[in-house]
Ligand binder design. Structure first.
Ligand SMILES: *Cc1c(COP(=O)(O)O)cnc(C)c1O
Length: 455
């Protein structure tokens, strides 16, 4: 099954023809989820001793499996955080797949790492990080947050000269609205979450953090080694007060991590850049190019102020890896929890290199414009109430008189009718509709379609 022949030639034509067709579809199909029974009936058993042949496997994918996957780049995919890759980034994903490169280290993939690092440098510059900053691309924000916190604990432990264990529990300080991945990180690391109170605006602030740290210290049961601020919470899109949080973190000698998985892409948007003041104080931050930087799944970036601290934490040591360690080159595997890795920053790099950073700023500004329109359009409809003015492009609102069941039925009907993918959420016990706009193709009329459907 290895080797190029006329069958493969035909398959290549078919795969590339499908790819081109798919990229050009306009309008894009929203598609919908299917039940296991339906897929079993229509796709059947696909793994056989003799193989189906490429043509048949591709037919099953294009006719049965692909339509059972919701299109995240559909302009009315507004649930969770969508994905809106550029044409160049999706095409280059094919090239990465065809190139058989392990993006783990400089020795094996110098060219790929060079390009990825230029893309990372652009991100670091957006945040005002120093020339020595650096990091890597990982699979998602979940892994990026976890990798950063493992580095943070290692660095603080080294500085304090404290052995692992001890009588106090290690802990991180977070706001109540922090992303669920921090709960998972705490579970994996066996550490505690210390939740800091926020006010009605839901922003984590330095004074509240300081008070909470004092209270924790006086009880003497936990050691808070890091604080995580959100640069755009997932549920409401709130940007914490990064400057005051960073200042308190520096005073207390704790690590300052900024989770910008969704929102920090807006560092490239002049109209909202000032809301991120203080991000330059961070020890580490993350932003997911597969969210608002128009790269395909899956791609998260992780940047450290002092990458040598991450290297001291994450470098794997083994006799068979010694050829890598002795060279003083940049090995992406040294900066997060991974070893073998797809050079998953390359589709993002190719797109940035192709279109230029100004195009990124314009595309992000366009989504902010549509989010501002959404807030106004909610105001203008007497049956809707805006939950809060959006900081970025997450807009939440309630429909008067609706219960959870109404929202669920509405959401399912929009999906089943192929109109939109919008899911409800809750905030402080209240059920509400939520849209997240990261797709420059999402227009004011798409928003009107969704808002009118709640009438
Ligand atoms: C999406 C998100 C994450 C998790 O990122 P994944 O890529 O889904 O793992 C973490 N934090 C925030 C704020 C997010 O929006």
């Amino acid at each position: 099954m290895h080797g190029w022949n006329s069958d493969v030639e035909r398959l290549a034509d078919d795969v590339l023809a499908y790819t081109k067709m798919r990229l050009q579809l306009d309008p894009l199909p929203l598609d919908n989820t299917r039940s296991l029974a339906e897929l079993q009936r229509e796709a059947g058993e696909t793994i056989t001793a003799g193989g189906l042949g490429g043509a048949e496997a591709l037919r099953i994918f294009t006719e049965v499996l692909a339509p059972a996957c919701i299109t995240a780049s559909h302009p009315r995919f507004l649930a969770f955080i969508p994905c809106a890759p550029t044409e160049a980034s999706m095409l280059f994903d094919l090239v990465v797949g065809a190139s058989s490169m392990s993006g783990s280290n400089w020795l094996e993939a110098a060219g790929a790492v060079y390009a990825e690092n230029q893309a990372l440098r652009w991100i670091a510059d957006l945040a005002g990080f120093p020339p020595g900053a650096g990091g890597t691309f990982v699979q998602g924000g979940t892994n990026a947050n976890l990798s950063a916190l493992v580095t943070a604990r290692h660095a603080v432990r080294e500085r304090l000269g404290e052995a692992p264990g001890g009588s106090r529990r290690w802990a991180i300080a977070v706001s109540p609205d922090v992303h669920s991945s921090l709960g998972e990180a705490a579970e994996v690391m066996d550490i505690d979450l210390v939740v800091v109170e926020v006010g009605d605006d839901r922003r984590l602030r330095g004074d509240a953090l300081a008070r909470r740290l004092d209270a924790v210290d006086s009880r003497g049961e936990q050691r808070v080694f890091a604080v995580v601020a959100s640069a755009g919470t997932t549920n409401l899109g709130v940007i914490d007060d990064l400057r005051s949080v960073g200042t308190v973190a520096a005073e207390r000698g704790i690590w300052f991590h900024v989770d910008g998985a969704y929102g920090a892409a807006a560092l490239a948007a002049p109209s909202v850049r000032s809301q991120f003041m203080g991000i330059e104080l961070a020890d580490s931050f993350i932003v997911d190019p597969h969210k608002w930087f128009f790269a395909p799944f899956d791609c998260a970036s992780l940047v450290y102020r002092q990458p040598e601290l991450a290297k001291a934490t994450h470098t794997q040591h083994a006799s068979y890896l010694e050829p890598l360690e002795s060279a003083k080159d940049w090995n992406p595997s040294d900066y997060a929890i991974h070893l073998t890795r797809r050079a998953r920053g390359l589709p993002f790099w190719f797109s940035l290199a192709t279109y230029g950073t100004d195009a990124y700023s314009r595309a992000i500004e366009r989504t902010l414009e549509v989010a501002r329109y959404t807030a106004k359009a909610v105001h203008d409809r007497e049956y809707l109430r805006l939950v809060r003015e959006p900081d970025l492009t997450v807009v939440c609102f309630t429909r008067t008189g609706w219960s959870r069941e109404h929202y669920d039925r509405w959401s399912q009907k929009l999906r089943d009718d192929g109109i939109a993918f919008v899911t409800p959420t809750t905030h402080l016990g209240e059920v509400m509709a939520r849209v997240a706009i990261v797709n420059p193709r999402t227009s004011e009329s798409d928003i009107d379609t969704v808002l009118d459907s709640l009438a």
